[in-house]
Write a protein that binds this ligand. Sequence first.
Ligand code: NZQ
Ligand code: ZN
Length: 380
Amino acid sequence: MNNFTFHNPTRLIFGKGTIEQLATAIPAVHRIMVTFGGGSVKKNGVYDQVVRALKDRDFVEFWGIEPNPTIETLRKAIYLGKEKQVDFLLAVGGGSVIDGTKLISAGLNYSDDAWNLVKKGSYYNCTPLGTVLTLPATGSEMNNGAVISCKETQEKYPFHSNYPVFSILDPETTFTLPPFQVACGIADTFVHVMEQYMTTIGQSRLMDRWAEGILSTLIEIAPQIRESQKNYDLMADFMLSATMGLNGFISMGVSQDWATHMIGHELTALHGMTHGATLAIVFPGTLRTLRQQKKDKILQYGERIWGINYGSADERIDKTIEKTEQFFRSLGLQTRLSEVNIGNSTILEIEHRFNERGVAFGEKQNVDGKMARAILENCM
Ligand code: NZQ
Ligand code: ZN
């Protein structure tokens, strides 16, 4: 196991009716800006609960942070926040609203264009931020990452800033999610775990088993959620799985991959695809391409998660990759680029972008432009 420091300062407030705790979670001295997406919170009662909890408080609202939040929108929010001199941000929505608000929290304390911060990759002089999460998927509610897009240049990059001070997770807020967003949220959570698990064996028994615990939970609840999305206990397990999947809990002292995510971000940047939907296509392709490098871990995963303990190593690996792809299909997601009409020109563009940036991802840092192309060709 590698050396590590674990420090996650986000206070997690979880359960039914917890939005009312906003009344005490934000100190009374603050001037608040509350940020929202496109309006789902007005239809499902979340907005009313937030406003009720903040009655008598000094706050302004910013609406319209879109899925895959763009710098073009966030510049407007930063402008408003500076004008109103806000000193606390409350993000209410899914990962996009939270991510966008993380950039706002940095941009409020930066005098130049906030896209510079995204290009720089991190900025920690931030206005404090709390969240009310309505979509389990990204883990953004309990990590310090964000992913910000630029519409003009069709780019999308990760950005690091501060953790939320608190996050309120009421599983009842997820009852109104469209089934496609639930499917993408489960796929995203599954692949977050994989990015931290599907590397090499023998680094940490404990991290492996915590990761496997989340994977098994998702596989168990996914078909049940498709039948009854308003089942509180199922959605509670889903919500907590998503948070624990990307808050540092399963990555202590172990190597990580993230190639699937970086390739997926390019598919979103170039084609506007939903994040989780890109991962359901790319991840099986990553396994097919790196099956030799990841051989021992694929065998462990196949045996422990899918009960595949028969046949030759090659047969077991084939079966395990097939099971993984089938799992994504069982969610109702597509798993091949050809199904979403993406072909060679996009593959070449992504290879070109990786080469131009001189990047290489994966636990062995060998997913460069050429390897990304091979992965995408294995997704056709
Ligand atoms: O905008 P509104 O009207 O609120 O509607 C949203 C949006 O259209 C809707 N929605 C959210 N909660 C709902 C709801 N509809 C009905 N009922 C509810 N309770 O769902 C749509 C998608 O929302 P979005 O926030 O975009 O989804 P998600 O949470 O999956 O976030 C995706 C973004 O997070 C980034 C992705 O790249 C993408 O930009 N990621 C962030 C990460 C992080 N911060 O650590 C890591 C991830 O790997 C990921 O890259
Ligand atoms: Zn993700």
